[in-house]
Design a protein around this ligand. Structure first.
Ligand SMILES: Nc1ncnc2c1ncn2[C@@H]1O[C@H](COP(=O)(O)OP(=O)(O)OP(=O)(O)O)[C@@H](O)[C@H]1O
Ligand SMILES: [Mg+2]
Length: 462
């Protein structure tokens, strides 16, 4: 983070005059200012990467102390200065216990305000640097672009609070990964991470999946079954494709979100759970809300924290770091060493990836497996891309067809991709050795028994 980057201060007061005065002072001093007049606006402001907050202890009908608690839970290191006035001494003491950084007494005095802010911001810069390092230091994630770094800093903050988060972004952009980050980075990381998908499930099945059932709830329900909500107790429930959730289930969701209570199918007894919910979708829910296809009240309830993952086209500077990362990963796994030629690197940078990171990952995996030399060239890339075109033209049951012809389909994950590569790789090797198992095994450095087992497993026959 450069020193020139402006520090950002959140100013929250229900009196517009105080907000305006502080905003003016801080703008003059070269800070960015976000203003808020109530709790909702403050919590929303938290996501815009502020460096400190100044909050009136009396916030109209909202309680400044309550807000302080939430902020501290979300971001323990954020300095929060409380504005106190006559008759709020007791509250001020409580705020101090809760970790308020300092106090500003009304009537506010310019010098006092400036000193207080300067003190509070000391050290924030350094912490920012460390924070960023910690985030980028995560071995599984490539975060090169500014957009992704910011997104992960935001997510890291949100991982400490219980509020629902909605992750939006095109297919294959990394929504899943971000959801896991929210869980494993926060205080719930020792609890379960349960993932489910709300799309295209018939009503009863979806209810059963989420809420579970009692014994005898329906024909075939021969024992009690816990749903995702119960299994996620103490942890995180990740609901993918939330936009496609059945409208009747949405009503039930709303109830769980409001008080953590639901009942299993075939029972009226309330079950209470402590679950943090993270949702994802590649659809534009706001549009669906307008069209009446998604409940307005549910959207309102879950949309305070929305994380938008940009597609790869919006952050092309991530392409090469991601490509290098995937190549290294698969080389390690397959015990080989490969690298990209300079031309290959340029070409990778130019290509469009409608399937986003997933598509790039698939391409790199194919390259790692198929390229003949240690250096992956433009020709290798062209060959793999041609193959891709061919396979999306013919209509086989090849998994890659699903992936490449329909960027929205999430079925093609790494495992499926690998199985497919193995199949093609072994088939090639067998062809080259006229289907002689002993010769093939020797050629690819595999024990003959292993090869035979593999062929059976993958159902490879001449
Ligand atoms: N920043 C990243 N660093 C490393 N790997 C990534 C990154 N982003 C995505 N990936 C990888 O790309 C693939 C697709 O990511 P993910 O499954 O999270 O996408 P998604 O947005 O959930 O897709 P879909 O909309 O299809 O569900 C995964 O294999 C994931 O590990
Ligand atoms: Mg996903």
């Amino acid at each position: 983070m450069s020193m020139q980057e402006k520090m950002k201060i959140l100013v929250a007061d229900d009196e517009s005059e105080i907000r305006l005065t502080l905003e003016e002072i801080f703008a003059e001093d070269g800070y960015d200012v976000v203003c808020a007049s109530d709790e909702k606006e403050i919590l929303a402001g938290l996501t815009s990467d502020i460096d400190m907050a100044i909050i009136d202890i009396k916030l109209g009908s909202d309680n400044g102390i309550g807000v302080l608690k939430k902020i501290k839970a979300a971001n323990p290191s954020l300095p929060v200065v409380m504005i106190t006035g006559f008759g709020t001494v007791a509250l001020a003491k409580e705020a101090f216990k809760l970790g308020a950084h300092d106090f500003l007494e009304k009537p506010l005095r310019l010098l006092q305000v400036r000193t207080c802010v300067r003190n509070a911001l000391e050290g924030v810069q350094l912490r920012k640097k460390l924070n960023q390092k910690a985030v980028t230091g995560n071995g599984d994630l490539v975060l090169s672009s500014h957009a992704m770094k910011q997104l992960y800093i935001q997510a890291s903050k949100l991982s400490y609070i219980k509020e629902t988060v909605v992750i939006t972004g095109p297919s294959g952009s990394g929504k899943d990964l971000l959801a896991r980050h929210l869980h494993y980075n926060g205080p719930r990381s020792n609890g379960p991470f349960i993932a489910t998908n709300a799309a295209s499930m018939p009503l009863t099945l979806a209810e059963d999946e989420l809420f579970g059932h009692e014994k005898g709830a329906f024909t075939g329900a021969d024992k009690k079954r816990e749903g995702c909500f119960e299994r996620a107790h103490g942890g995180t429930l990740f609901i993918d494709e939330i936009a496609d959730m059945d409208i009747q289930i949405q009503a039930k969701m709303l109830r769980v979100l409001e008080n953590g209570i639901f009942s299993r199918l075939g029972s009226t007894a309330n079950v209470k759970v402590d679950v943090r919910i993270v949702c994802a979708t590649h659809k534009n829910i706001e549009l669906l809300v307008k069209e009446g296809k998604f409940r307005h009240d549910l959207w309102y309830r879950i949309s305070a924290f929305v994380l938008k993952v940009p597609g790869l086209a919006q952050r092309r500077e991530d392409i090469i770091p991601l490509a290098e990362h995937f190549l290294m990963q698969i080389c390690k796994e397959l015990g080989m060493t490969k690298k990209f030629s300079r031309g290959a690197r340029d070409l990778l940078q130019e290509i469009e990836y409608p399937g986003n990171v997933r598509e790039l990952k698939n391409l790199i995996t194919r390259l790692a497996v198929y390229a003949d030399q240690d250096e992956i060239t433009c020709d290798d890339i062209d060959a793999q891309r041609e193959k891709r075109m061919e396979s999306s033209n013919h209509n086989g049951d090849d998994e890659s067809v699903v992936m490449y012809s329909d960027g929205n389909n999430a079925m093609m994950d790494f495992k499926i991709a690998r199985i497919q590569f193995e199949k093609e790789f072994l088939r090639n090797a067998l062809e080259k050795n006229t289907w002689n198992i002993t010769a093939t095994a020797r050629a690819i450095g595999m024990a003959q028994s292993n090869l035979s087992r593999k062929l059976k497993e993958l159902e490879i026959e001449k």
